[in-house]
Write a new protein. Sequence first.
Length: 276
Amino acid sequence: MNAAPPLVTRFAPSPNGWLHLGHALSAIIAHDLAKAGGGRFLLRIEDIDGPRSRPELADEFRRDLEWLGLEWDEVPAQSTRLASYAEAAADLKARGLLYPCTCTRSEIEAAGALPGLEGLIYPGTCKHRAPDPSRPAAWRLDAAKALAETGPLVWADDLAGPVTVDLSGLGDVVLVRKDLPASYHLAVTLDDAADAVTLVARGADLFAASHVHRTLQALLGLPVPRWHHHPLLMGEDGEKLAKRRGSPALAERREAGEDGRMLAGQLRLQQLVLGT
């Protein structure tokens, strides 16, 4: 009987804003799951977000994790992996699974796109028309073709149980952005495979994204991890904590002399307001 592979989790922040308590919760959960299983907890910096990426923040992230009392192994940042994204995208294009899209957000809205699980569902405007070479294009996954190739798929979440892949609430998602070599969906799927991640622990707000990631794993012949989508930490206003909403930074609390290990203990005991 083969032994189970070692448990490997990761925390993969983007250096386009300071870490807040929501990030701390995700990092602690991923860390503790790995350590409880005798495995490894990885730190990966997702730094391909163009001019929004601020390299100096990566050092602040490391200080934050150390302040919380976490131990990790660091793996190469996304900016070192661009060739792997280009290779995967080229493979999918050659198989007719991606198509170029020149639509702007306003054009998608004007086309009567319906709301979905990650914003508006793309109505397929560019799917059956010749691309305009004078306009920058993103590359979208043809969801219908993808699922026709893979057949029915299932992924396993520690909290939700078995989940059948369903892309209807997402539509034809972008895999290569107009301004970047890969979208979050393509980059994170390839990175988790490269880093041998066996358990993807992250917030419940990314639950829907796992339908796309499981599909890409099947299309690209990648190993399939388990998932653990934990409840989100909510602010006093009942909304999830987020960089764009100015949620208090861990660095501010750290520099003010707060005890990071005590804060981590409170998060572990759910002594702060949790939502779903």
